[in-house]
Design a protein around this ligand. Structure first.
Ligand SMILES: Cc1cc2nc3c(=O)[nH]c(=O)nc-3n(C[C@H](O)[C@H](O)[C@H](O)COP(=O)(O)OP(=O)(O)OC[C@H]3O[C@@H](n4cnc5c(N)ncnc54)[C@H](O)[C@@H]3O)c2cc1C
Length: 400
């Protein structure tokens, strides 16, 4: 009898722990309305221009700094605002509705910060996180190489310990933010024979002799945030800049990806919602056959399908963000986090294409934003693990 009682108690506790509350807090509502105002007044007027110019929008970085968005999820003890990932996703979603590049700048603070938060020692956290939060430093995250993208274990960059320093040699590519970053988290082999168990992570200051920026990619979208080659030639990095333990870099990368996938998802949901909102307004104004096209059932069904997909993606993304906030990166959680990244970014791609269809020819020209949304959406199916890789993680979480 006693055993049954304890089983029942455990069951109740388990249920209670898993209950999700969908209500936004008063503070989250205030944050959202503040972000909407800033976005409308300061970001919206710049969005198309940033894409067209293809230059890093320093004014936007300063704006994010001014409103203290950069350190939103960095703990207070390291100079940030200490918000949870769910609240950060709400902010990103609002920004991405209007300007992918602005949301991208924010993501590029979160990614290196979460990596340091994940594996850094107290000294590294105090130094780098406080600088990221204040906007004094910008960071980048460098795993990909010309011959190793999805297959991280086959990276060729090597780090050899020599006295008090590691000597790093190799070539990274597509490294977002590298041209503007003050430091880059570089993944390199410290035990080349050990595959994924031979990778280590290093915080490499940009000014380190031997580090240079190579070709800046001419990307299809995300044009305001540069992605570039990072060349490391006998780059001497102090031993104290090893992030986490030697040969534990693969795990650091995987856990960092888990932390950042909901963030990519929030950006995707925001982009899709922005595209849908624009398409609805357009459909209400555009007259064909003597009526607004919004009155045609063919258009209404498209709008309903788009809204349905976005809402489903949103629920997955916030569940994933909630799992990250709980520090849950177990196999089942990793599967859900990958579902959120994969589904939301596929939705962003489909919805932006459908939104452009609703605009007809105007969806295809640069005077209207839909072609930009399509170009920006595409990259999210590739970054932080392609959507094929997400499907592998999901299947592994279910089968093995
Ligand atoms: C805009 C942008 C920004 C980026 N920023 C960064 C950054 O900041 N830092 C960084 O390190 N990298 C960055 N990348 C690189 C990105 O992480 C890689 O492009 C990605 O991991 C895929 O690697 P790959 O391009 O080499 O493709 P590959 O790994 O060569 O894959 C090619 C194709 O094969 C598929 N594929 C591969 N393996 C499998 C498999 N086992 N089963 C099924 N399909 C498979 C892939 O899904 C893909 O469709 C960025 C890329 C882009 C486009």
């Amino acid at each position: 009898m006693i055993n049954l009682y304890y089983d029942y108690l455990a069951y109740i506790l388990l249920i209670k722990r898993d209950i999700m509350d969908f209500t936004l807090t008063q503070e989250q509502r205030i944050i959202i309305s503040m972000v909407r105002k800033i976005v409308k007044e300061r970001v919206l007027p710049r969005a198309a221009e940033i894409d067209r110019d293809g230059k890093y929008p320093e004014d936007i970085f300063q704006l994010l700094k001014e409103y203290e968005f950069l350190g939103m999820t960095i703990p207070k003890e390291y100079g940030g605002a200490g918000y949870d990932v769910v609240t950060f996703c709400l902010v990103l979603e609002e920004i991405a509705k209007v300007c992918y590049n602005t949301a991208y700048i924010l993501v590029m603070t979160y990614v290196p910060a979460s990596c340091i938060l994940e594996a850094g020692n107290d000294e590294q956290k105090r130094f780098y996180l406080s600088r990221l939060a204040s906007g004094q430093y910008r960071g980048a995250f460098a795993v990909t190489e010309p011959d190793a993208g999805s297959d991280i274990a086959s990276i060729q960059t090597k780090a050899v310990l020599s006295g008090d320093s590691y000597i790093i040699n190799g070539r990274k590519c597509f490294i977002t933010n590298a041209p503007v970053a003050d430091f880059i988290i570089v993944f390199a082999k410290t035990d080349p024979e050990a595959g994924r168990s031979g990778i280590s992570a290093f915080i490499v200051e940009k000014a380190t002799p031997g580090l240079s920026i190579g070709k800046i990619e001419d990307k299809m979208g995300g044009k305001g945030v540069p992605s570039a080659e990072v060349i490391l030639e006998d780059c001497k990095v102090p031993k104290k800049n090893l992030l986490g333990q030697e040969n534990k870099g693969f795990k650091i990368a995987m856990r960092s990806f888990n932390r950042s996938r909901p963030i990519i998802g929030a950006r995707a949901v925001g982009l899709a919602q922005g595209a849908l909102d624009y398409a609805i307004e357009y459909a209400k104004q555009r007259i064909a056959f003597g009526k607004p096209i919004a009155s045609f059932q063919g258009i209404q069904f498209m709008i309903a399908d788009m809204a349905m997909q976005i809402e489903a993606a949103r629920q997955l993304v916030y569940k994933a963000a909630w799992l990250v906030d709980k520090g849950n990166f177990g196999k089942e959680a990793a599967g859900i986090i990958s579902m959120a990244k994969c589904f939301s970014t596929d939705v962003a791609m489909r919805v932006s294409i459908d939104a452009a269809q609703i605009l007809g020819a105007y969806g295809y020209v640069r005077d209207y934003p839909m072609e930009r949304y399509i170009r920006d959406a595409k990259s999210m199916q590739i970054v932080e693990g392609t959507n094929q890789i997400q499907r592998i993680i999901i299947a592994n979480s279910l089968i093995s």
